[in-house]
Design a protein around this ligand. Structure first.
Ligand code: PLP
Ligand code: 3DJ
Length: 425
């Protein structure tokens, strides 16, 4: 399709967009009395209007039933997490028994590393991406320390080539081969938070496992954003937060995937708690831990249902829409945004550069723009004029045209504001 940088054209795309009406299901902040153009769904998704009712339901059950709510609430709290199995498994391409929800992302990655990072003899190294999200870097450092190794020896980063913004698949595979029988774990962000680069999860997982390592994924920027087939790709484990593309609210609960083949492994160490104990016998208060067969066996505490409620609202919305429709719009609107950026760049001559891969196979709902010119003041200008983006040092703004609530007209309007911000403030 040949795109045009006009309001009429953008409106025509909106009129043909089957997801366009979902915008009305979200609450947008306002700047200058106008709803914002929201590009930071990769950091914190907008609040769906339906979410409040899910929270109210729990508040009402709590008021009316108090402790009895665990078993007699409209949606009983003691097994509330099971409502996620079906819809969440579809979102991440898993069997229902392979997913659960609990804790928060970094906590879950730590808990999964307890099970899947078991350094022994010469096999103790972890491969990750260069400039992984800082929380992941701190996690790796603390985990290798915990096992008695030195981070500079045990953590192997895959580097970008000189002058390049993204990591090449061939370099990931070469590094895995090079580390070979010293490799204990590969753990990478499925979508890089900074550049928006999408990694080839299937190929990297197979290569890591061929080298004798376990392979896990931080799917913070991938869940609800890219097509995942975690079961078929044979991924060992994964975790993601729900507050980005999945719109479940600030700091909210995390999802976890553990591949079926690990469910009955009696030798796998894990940190246990009563919510991971055999569901039928949980309230018999027995002394010996008998894990639930499935990802639920990694649960520890009883669930914070007040924070799971918004997540449930979200997965039900995803079930309605389906990942295929989301991804179709995602690719189209991201390409339109890329076109708008190139059009504006022609007029402002080399003020910025898109560092996200231009190949649609290697990107999803994010374009990261490196600003050569004014940087921070341009970011401030956009914010003041109702374009919510985020700033990442040293000079990058990230734009996520989230398909559930961004419109094509938003992309056009953004282009006009950006141009004014660079040329004519
Ligand atoms: C890739 C990645 N990993 C980890 C985190 C940390 O998540 P949390 O603070 O929920 O543990 C984030 C976002 O904050 C992230 O983007
Ligand atoms: N969770 C966040 C927060 O509480 C404050 C600021 C930012 C965040 C984020 O989630 C950042 C996000 N992971 C990122 O990709 O940058």
């Amino acid at each position: 399709m040949t795109f045009q940088n006009t309001r009429e054209f953008a409106r025509e795309l909106d009129s043909k967009d089957t997801l366009n009406h979902y915008q009305e299901q979200f609450i947008f902040p306002k700047v200058n009395d106008k709803r914002v153009i929201y590009f930071t769904g990769n950091s914190l998704g907008l609040q769906p209007k339906r979410t409040k009712a899910y929270i109210d339901e729990i508040m009402n059950d709590w008021a009316e039933l108090a402790v009895e709510g665990h078993f007699y609430a409209e949606k009983p709290w003691w097994d509330y997490q099971e409502r996620f199995a079906e819809p969440l498994s579809k979102i991440v391409g898993a069997l229902p028994s392979e997913v659960t929800v609990m804790n928060t992302l970094t906590v879950n990655l730590h808990l999964l590393m307890v099970s899947f990072y078991q350094p022994k003899g010469k096999r103790y190294k972890i491969i990750c991406e260069e400039k992984a999200f800082p929380s992941d870097q701190y996690m790796f450092q603390s985990q290798v320390h915990f096992h008695g190794y030195k981070p500079e020896d045990a953590i192997v980063e895959i580097k970008r080539r000189e002058g390049e913004h993204n990591i090449r698949l061939e370099d990931v595979l070469a590094k895995i081969e090079e580390v070979g029988d010293e490799l204990a774990l590969v753990l990478i962000g499925g979508v890089n938070y900074y550049t928006g680069q999408v990694f080839d999860i299937k190929t990297i997982t197979a290569a890591g496992q061929k080298a004798g390592a376990k392979v896990g994924w931080d799917l913070a920027h991938a869940a609800g954003n890219i097509k995942l087939e975690l079961h078929d790709w044979n991924v060992d484990f994964a975790a993601w937060c729900s507050y980005k593309y999945m719109n479940s609210g600030p700091g909210n609960a995390s999802g976890v995937f553990v591949h079926e083949r690990h469910h009955n492994d009696p030798d796998l160490p894990r940190f246990a708690g009563w919510w991971g104990h055999n569901k039928e016998r949980r309230f018999k208060m027995e002394p010996n831990f008998d894990p639930v067969h499935g990802a639920g066996g990694w649960q520890i505490s009883n669930l914070p249902v007040l924070s799971l409620a918004p997540y449930l609202a979200s997965v039900e919305m995803f079930a309605e829409v389906g990942m295929d429709a989301l991804i179709k719009k995602r690719d189209h609107i991201t390409s339109y945004l890329e076109f708008i950026l190139h059009e504006i760049d022609k007029e402002v001559a080399g003020n910025f550069e898109i560092i996200t891969p231009s190949n649609p196979e290697e990107r999803a709902s994010q374009l990261s723009v490196f600003l050569h010119g004014e940087g921070r003041s341009l970011f401030d200008y956009l914010m003041k004029n109702g374009v919510i983006t985020d700033w990442r040092e040293p000079n990058v703004i990230r734009l996520a045209p989230v398909p559930l609530y961004c419109s094509y007209e938003d992309m056009y309007d953004f282009g006009q504001i950006l141009k004014k911000g660079i040329l004519g403030k």
